[in-house]
Write a protein that binds this ligand. Sequence first.
Ligand code: TIU
Length: 220
Amino acid sequence: MVSIPAKPYDFALKPERAALLIIDMQRDFVEPGGFGEALGNDVNLLRGSIEPLRALLAAARQAGLFIMHTREGHKPDLSDLHETKRVRGKGKVTIGDEGPMGRILIIGEPGHDIIPELYPIAGEPVIDKPGKGAFYNTDLADIVAWQGIAQLIVCGVTTEVCVHTTVREANDRGIECLVLSDCTASYFPEFHEAALKMVAAQGGIFGWVSDSESVIAALA
Ligand code: TIU
């Protein structure tokens, strides 16, 4: 057991029962011309999370931590995309349309893939998910059970959307979540701050909040 400084109180990390979960660090969210920009967002607001996450990922690999990545996206035939998500936002381009990085948010297209800085290596499962949460319609729950995972260090984008949805459900499933403030990001800095506060409020209602430096020190 390793104690990590966190809010609302120290997180008791059990490295052999823990995994790093990196949510949706895809070109579609952090590079121009993808899904994030199609929704009217400035993708530069997410890019500050890349460098801390790169350092954390290297430390987690060095420490032998189990690592998983997720990608939000849909099948090329759109059979897993419900109409309510397809038309949401009423933007000029939407999921499945052609963009500069291929069809937006479609599995197999360049924009859908994970950014080169954080690219998965062999032994790190990549979980494709059609929704915001990483449990809905995926095999994450099975992987967590098979690996005996009881704790998740959660990073990625965006804090108040896919990170929050995943952390809330993980908490309901009895998994302790440590969310890292500098390895998550939002298109709305005020939502990022509020989302982190929500996790740690009320005695840690959904989990704990810490940062990459504290976790890297604990893994060393
Ligand atoms: N739009 C937004 O903030 N997020 C998403 O649509 N997906 C994720 O958070 N990955």
